[in-house]
Design a protein around this ligand. Structure first.
Ligand code: COA
Length: 133
């Protein structure tokens, strides 16, 4: 799993308990996963369809640096399934896991459209493809 994005936990991200607010974390992970799906499917019209159980494994505190990891586990006809983990960048302690996030590829009409992808595409491969074109 690649951990691309880092976040610095700030006062505005905290709950009344003084730890990272779950809503902030979910917003970050949904955005990160959407960007991952857009890049993998090569289409900006991608929507979140389904999010499985979310496990808030451990708390994060102000000043912590956390990192968001996503990887694709399945490519369907119009969907892509991802798995996610958020962890403390320094201690590597797990903060949140989401087993399954499903995104659906849409056509211009807003309906599910086949994306034609079957495997993870890495940035390096995308540049290699462009060189071949
Ligand atoms: C996304 C949406 C267009 C899909 O419509 P739909 O009628 O469910 O479409 P389909 O039944 O054709 O399913 C599309 C894909 O989603 C998958 N899917 C549908 N429901 C699912 C579920 N509950 N769990 C997992 N996958 C699901 C299907 O298996 C299919 O994947 P595949 O083509 O790879 O096999 C529609 O549900 C929608 O607009 N939802 C709201 C999306 C949204 O606003 N998200 C929040 C903001 S981004």
């Amino acid at each position: 799993m690649n951990f691309h994005t880092r976040k610095w936990v700030k006062p505005e991200d905290l709950n009344p308990n003084g730890t990272l607010f779950g809503g902030s974390l979910l917003r970050w992970i949904d955005e990160e996963a959407a960007i991952y799906a857009i890049v993998q499917l090569g289409n900006q019209r991608v929507v979140t369809k389904y999010i499985s159980e979310i496990n808030f494994v451990s708390a994060s505190r102000q000043g912590d640096i956390i990192e968001l990891g996503i990887t694709a586990t399945e490519f369907g006809r119009t969907s892509i399934t991802l798995t996610c983990e958020v962890r403390n960048k320094i201690t590597r302690k797990s903060i949140l896991t989401v087993d399954k996030m499903v995104f659906v590829n849409l056509g211009e009409d807003g309906l599910p459209a086949p994306h034609g992808r079957t495997e993870i595409k890495y940035v390096k491969d995308q540049f290699d493809d462009e060189k071949k074109d």
